[in-house]
Design a binder for this molecule. Structure first.
Ligand SMILES: Nc1ncnc2c1ncn2[C@@H]1O[C@H](COP(=O)(O)OP(=O)(O)OP(=O)(O)O)[C@@H](O)[C@H]1O
Length: 275
């Protein structure tokens, strides 16, 4: 069965039919265990087009598990992740393999904490960006190279580095290249896992600035996991705070950070203020 057919039959059966104007992603009761250990429990929220949702919490609170479940890399034990497709909100778990791969190549993107997980280290910088475009059907060499050059410029990598391999780049440059590779296809939804983690503070600040500009300019919807409250303060419209696999507080970022209600959030905010 072709991707198109499997998608069509699938969404006829499963879509909620909310159509345009509704959420881009709807998460319902997502729960994941590793044997007896809880990863995340009963997480529900809607993500709206153009919205940036931050997920914060200390190490082991379940952020990566939740991000894995949302992005289709982990199968939840319970709950559903619905994504707005042609025929309405569609259960991503029921997508055929081909349709899921196509979604990951076009509409969705993932920025990994370690750029090596998102780049092909043996391929040139231009090749890394062009390759993702080719995955969406682009074939014209001149146009692909032009788009790669354009994107290198947008992430502040000099044009004369286009034929260099990422292994010759600094950590910050590698992360910017990963972002170029991720965004060149114009995704609607971007998952980010600690995108500024492991970088020097000054490099982080520059990267955050760049990310903020691109997110706003492209009107991206983003789900970003971080343990760094400064990152969500700058990027996220809304915030979810996780502890022990549970969402203990959620709301508008400024509201949550300026007037935290849950004792754990109060502790998180206080620990940053003391640092
Ligand atoms: N592959 C796995 N096998 C067993 N337990 C796991 C596995 N991955 C995560 N866990 C457990 O699930 C819980 C949530 O972990 P998770 O990695 O999602 O937290 P996190 O908030 O992303 O942490 P970090 O910030 O350190 O990445 C933890 O108790 C962790 O030990």
């Amino acid at each position: 069965m072709s991707d198109g057919k499997s998608l069509q039959g699938f969404s006829q059966g499963l879509s909620k039919g909310l159509g345009p104007g509704g959420p881009l992603l709807s998460v319902e009761g997502v729960t994941k265990h590793y044997g007896a250990r809880l990863g995340c429990a009963d997480v529900s929220f809607d993500l709206w087009p153009g919205e940036v949702m931050g997920i914060v919490g200390e190490s082991g609170s379940g952020k990566s598990t939740l991000l894995g479940c949302l992005s289709g890399q982990l199968a939840p034990d319970a709950g559903r992740v619905l994504y707005e497709m042609k025929d309405g909100l569609t259960d991503t778990a029921a997508l055929g393999e081909g349709a899921r791969r196509r979604l990951m190549r076009t509409d969705w993107a993932f920025v990994h904490q370690n750029p090596r997980d998102g780049l092909r280290m043996g391929v040139s910088a231009g090749g890394n960006v062009g390759e993702r475009l080719m995955g969406t059907g682009a074939q014209h060499y001149g146009r692909i190279r032009g788009a790669a050059l354009d994107w290198l410029g947008r992430v502040e990598i000099a044009a004369d580095r286009i034929d260099d391999r990422p292994s010759a780049f600094s950590g910050g440059m590698q992360q910017r290249l990963q972002i170029a590779r991720t965004l060149v296809t114009g995704p609607r939804l971007v998952f980010m896992d600690e995108p500024t983690g492991g970088l020097d503070v000054s490099v982080q600040a520059r990267l955050l600035d760049l990310l903020r500009g691109l997110v706003r300019e492209m009107g991206l919807s983003v789900i970003i996991v971080t343990h760094d409250l400064a990152v969500v303060r700058l990027l996220a419209d809304r915030l979810m705070v996780m502890q022990g696999g549970h969402v203990v507080e959620q709301g508008l970022t400024d509201q949550v950070l300026d007037d935290p209600q849950h004792a754990y959030t109060q502790l998180l905010v206080a620990s940053v203020l003391q640092a």
